[in-house]
Design a protein. Structure first.
Length: 314
């Protein structure tokens, strides 16, 4: 063996513990990074309906990203129009403004500052490269869709490229709640029946785009959530928007949990905020969610306590 070869092997062995992704050092880093996520999931709480306490600070971006997210995108300035930045999608429906539900208007009037703090935190996560954020109910009927609507409304006030996505295939309601009918539903796009742009609704005055499902529950929702078309759509949305808020439905529900997990895995959702009812979440429930999300590369940011959860707050 030549002197050159021996020197190369010696240098490689010395560098391997630091540089190799399969070395013990890398495993240690993953374990250390997982611990704060688990602790934050148990301890963090943001309350809707009373003063909030939040620790939704941004974390370093993970490695799991759709390929299209690596496409170079021009840096937008404060003077760059939201419309100009996403015009390549040519939304199928354009309206002046959305008809926000009364419960959303009431919450924004009563706890606007708390919602703004949370919206700002979500935008900070997006700035750190974690732009696909799921809003998930712990259980059905705790107000996850209401929370998603309110956060989208508040985030869009700051002239950012924001889109709200209805990913609750079993109980789609965003289009009907906003009184905005898309040209086609996102579920039709996922069946290859129409291009993605046709399912987009652009509300000019609200500075917000919406990707809505059709009015009826989707047939075979898990198949749609796990489809290659859904993964491709997620990559396009990540490229086109600064922040993508996705209403993904309740976790602890036998019908929706498989769909929720397939959405997280297939869309590459970076992090999730969980909405609870009036009572604080059981730490055991949060630990279970973290156990499911961590292997998918998704972080549980914390909980939002919806203290006005009722039949109108879904």
């Amino acid at each position: 063996m030549s002197t050159t070869n021996r020197a190369f092997i010696k240098a490689y062995r010395q560098d391997a513990p630091e540089d190799s992704p399969r070395g013990d050092g890398s495993s240690t880093i993953r374990n250390q990074a997982a611990t704060p996520i688990r602790e934050a999931a148990v301890r963090t709480s943001t309350t809707v309906g009373s003063p909030a306490r939040s620790n939704f600070g941004p974390q370093p971006s993970g490695q799991k990203r759709p390929l299209s997210s690596y496409i170079a995108r021009p840096h937008s300035s404060d003077t760059t129009s939201h419309h100009d930045s996403v015009d390549f999608l040519h939304p199928g429906t354009t309206i002046a403004s959305l008809q926000w539900p009364k419960i959303c208007r009431t919450l924004c009037a009563d706890v606007g500052p708390q919602l703004d703090r949370l919206a700002n935190s979500l935008r900070a996560h997006a700035d750190a490269g974690r732009s696909l954020i799921g809003i998930m109910g712990l259980f059905p009927r705790v107000g996850a869709t209401t929370a998603a609507l309110c956060l989208a409304m508040r985030a869009a006030r700051h002239a950012r490229r924001i889109i709200l996505v209805d990913g609750n295939f079993c109980h789609p309601r965003i289009a009907s709640w906003l009184d905005a009918e898309p040209t086609v539903g996102w579920d039709e796009v996922l069946r290859h029946a129409a291009p993605l742009a046709d399912a987009l609704i652009r509300a000019n005055d609200d500075n917000l785009d919406v990707l809505a499902l059709g009015p009826k529950a989707a047939k075979n929702p898990q198949t749609l959530a796990a489809s290659l078309q859904a993964a491709g759509n997620a990559g396009v949305l990540r490229h086109a928007y600064d922040l993508v808020l996705i209403d993904i439905g309740p976790f602890f529900d036998p019908d929706t949990q498989p769909v929720v997990l397939d959405l997280v895995r297939n869309l590459g959702i970076d992090c999730v905020a969980a909405v609870t009812g009036p009572q604080p979440a059981d730490p055991r429930d949060l630990a279970t969610i973290v156990e499911y999300l961590e292997p998918l590369g998704c972080q549980l940011l914390g909980t939002i306590e919806n203290r006005v959860a009722n039949k109108q707050s879904l």
